[in-house]
Write a protein that binds this ligand. Structure first.
Ligand SMILES: [Zn+2]
Length: 294
């Protein structure tokens, strides 16, 4: 069984608009059309059983609406194999009530994006959200490190993550993009040993240019080579690494292939592809909503 811990989908009527916007900010090519159907096709091709969707609220007014949609996505999870986290925004006024609503609806965690949300991760508004999730035993997945669409904007540095963890205490926190996008060594030196998880999304190999004429330099396209990626996984531990593609921004099949190249044992690969995710979600394999195979 394979679980992709980090994907995105958009409602059909706004998917192409959302993809265009993010495409023009990142100058990279998406690997699906951003819809639920597109993700299902990608899962079928890559033989992935379950994908977790990580919705982002870019302003506080979207929070309840996006969470309503996440709860609806989860109703279909039994045959789509697509299961959504909820979202939260640091400026949302009643985080306690809204996060409790997610918990009661069976949602397993919350996605936060300090760069898109424009707030430092160790800001009191995030700490409040983290404390609520900690009490309710919810998972938190954050975008960590730099963001391709916001060059030079720093809101999720390893130092900020360390400050937040010191303030809040033990938390089921997943750091996307191998601990900190394009700040991998910094993350790997400051953050291991606190029980934090990393996901493998958009960190190995190289970026795929969007074909929009943006003058990419070869060294700008390069992400981590195999030795660097392996060193980061070893720093956080194969037992704290989750397979994630960030589909549609990363390819599911392509990320699987990149992971497969690394010199990990078969047992470690199994953990990264499935059992770490099951443990974190508190699910047994037979309880998982998986894709219907045809
Ligand atoms: Zn993402």
């Amino acid at each position: 069984m394979i679980i992709d811990f980090h994907t995105h989908t958009f409602p059909d009527r706004i998917a192409s608009q959302a993809l265009d916007k993010l495409k023009s900010a990142s100058h990279t090519r998406p690997f699906s059309d951003g819809t639920v159907t597109g993700l299902q096709a990608s899962m079928q091709k890559a033989v992935i059983d379950m994908s977790l969707v990580m919705p982002v609220a870019t302003n506080f007014r979207q929070v309840e609406h996006v969470n309503d949609a996440s709860i609806l996505v989860n109703r279909e999870a039994g045959h789509t194999g697509i299961y959504s986290f909820g979202c939260m925004h640091p400026d949302f006024e009643r985080p306690k009530e809204e996060i409790a609503r997610l918990k009661n609806a069976g949602v397993k965690g919350v996605k936060l994006h300090p760069v898109y949300q424009g707030v430092d991760f160790d800001d009191a508004r995030y700490l409040r959200i983290l404390e609520i999730c900690q009490k309710l035993e919810l998972i938190v997945l954050i975008h960590a490190g730099d963001d391709i669409g916001f060059p030079g904007v720093i809101h999720a540095s390893a130092r900020m993550i360390l400050n937040a963890m010191r303030s809040v205490g033990p938390l089921r926190l997943v750091l996307a993009h191998m601990g900190g996008w394009r700040r991998w060594e910094e993350a790997a030196s400051l953050l291991p040993g606190m029980g934090l998880y990393i996901d493998t999304s958009i960190s190995m190999g190289c970026l795929t240019p969007g074909g929009d004429g943006y003058p990419w330099q070869e060294d700008e396209l390069a992400l981590m080579d195999d030795a660097r990626a392996l060193a980061v996984i070893r720093a956080f531990g194969a037992d704290h690494t989750l397979f994630g593609s960030d589909s549609p921004w990363g390819g599911q099949a392509e990320t699987l292939k990149a992971l497969d190249r690394l010199e990990l044992t078969e047992e470690e690969k199994k953990r990264i592809l499935c059992s770490n995710a099951l443990d974190l979600l508190g699910l047994r394999q037979e309880e998982c909503p998986v894709r219907e195979r045809n």
